[in-house]
Design a protein around this ligand. Sequence first.
Ligand code: PMP
Length: 409
Amino acid sequence: MNQTVNQIPPYRWAKRARDSVAPEGGTTSGGDLIELGGGFDFPDALPDIVSEAMAAAELRSETLQYGPLYGLNDLRDAVAEYLRQDGIAATRENILVVNGAKHGLDLACRVFLEPEDPVIVAAPTYLMAAKILRHAEASFVSIPQDEEGMDTEVLRDRLQARQDAGESMPKLLYDMPDFHNPTGIPMSAVRRRRLVDLATQYDFVIIEDDPYRRIRFEGEAVPPIKAFDESGRVIGLGTISKILAPGLRIGWVNADPAIVRRIAAHKSDGGSCPLLQRIVVQLLRNRKMDQHVATLISLLRVHRNAMIDAIHEHLPDTLVRVPNGGYFLWVRLPPGIDADELVRRAAKEGVSIISGRLCFAEEPPGSFLRLAYSFSTPADIVEGVKRLGRAYASIRSELETSINRIVRS
Ligand code: PMP
C-alpha cells in the first residue's frame, strides 16, 4: 500500500531538524550528466573483494553476530599499525572503528559540543564537515588558508582577540592537513606544529581528518598533526573511503583512550558491521590495499592532468591550483561570474559540478568551483570541462554585454 497520506500531521520537529530535508540520491548524478562534482571513487578501479568477502562470510559467528562496540580487535590493531607507518604512536586502545570519517566527526561533535559552541574551520572547508557541524548547532570561526594551509597567525590573533573580549573560546578545530578538500593544499610541518601549540595555549581539541594522505602524485609527505601531539589534544579521523571503497563504510577515530571511551559510549549502533571490518582486515593484511593505492595514484594523476589541461583550454581567466594529490581542483572564477549560476547552466549543458559557496561555513570571499577528477574517465573529464566551458562562455558574454551597455549609457 502506498504510504503517502493526503495531509501529514503537524509534526513537532526538534529545533535542529526543522529546516533539514535530505534530497534523495547520494549517488552520482547519472543519466547523460558527466559527474565532476562529488568525490566518488573511480569505478574502473574499485577493488575486487570477492575472495575476502567469501572468507569473511565463512566466519559466521564473528561476522554475522553483533560485533564489539569498539570494533574488531584485529582491525583496531591493523589500523594502529597503519598509523604507526606515519609516525603516530597508536595502539589498539587509541582506535575506535566507526562507519566512515563523517560518522567519527558526528560522534566527536556529540561529546564535545553544546549548541552555539564555536568551532574553528578553514575557509574554505569540507562541505560535509560544515554540514555536520551545523547540525551540531556549532557556530564558526573561519580562518583563511594560504599555500601553507590554515593561517595560524590569523588564528592566533582571532583567538587572542576573543579571549581579550571575554568571548566564548572554541573547543574544537576541524581541518584536513593533507590535500585539503576542496583546495588540495597540504599544510606545512611548521603550521602543524604551531596548531598543536595553539591548541595547548587556547585549550581546544584538533580534529584532523585525513582521507587523502596516501593519494599523493608528487612531493614528500610531512608527518600528520597527530604525530606532533604529545598531550592528547588531537583526534585523528581516518577512512578507507578514498583508499579502498567508500561503500564499505569503514573508518576510525584515533585519539587518547579517554576520548575513545567517551565517544564509544555515544556510538549508538552497538558496533560497526563485523563482516565489512573482517573484509578490510584481510585487504590490509594481504597488501591488496597497498597495491590498490598504487594503482589509484597512477590513474588519478592522469585524471588530474587531463582536467588541468582542459580547464586551461576551456575556462579562460579562471585560476586553478594544481594539487599534488587528493581528488579535487579548486577554481577561482573572475569577478562577476556567479558560481551558483554556473552550476545551473553547467547542468543544462550536461555536467555536474559543485559551487564553492557550499565549501564555506560562512560568507565566501569570492566565487569558486570545486571540481572532482576522481570519478570520470579522462575522456569524460575533457568533455565535461568542455561543456562547463560553454556554460561559462554564455555567462561571460552576457556579462560583457551588460558592461558594454553600462559603459555606453
Ligand atoms: N573527510 C573528507 C575531507 C572527505 O573529503 C571525505 C570524502 N569526500 C570524507 C571525509 C568522507 O569520509 P567517509 O566516507 O569515511 O565518511
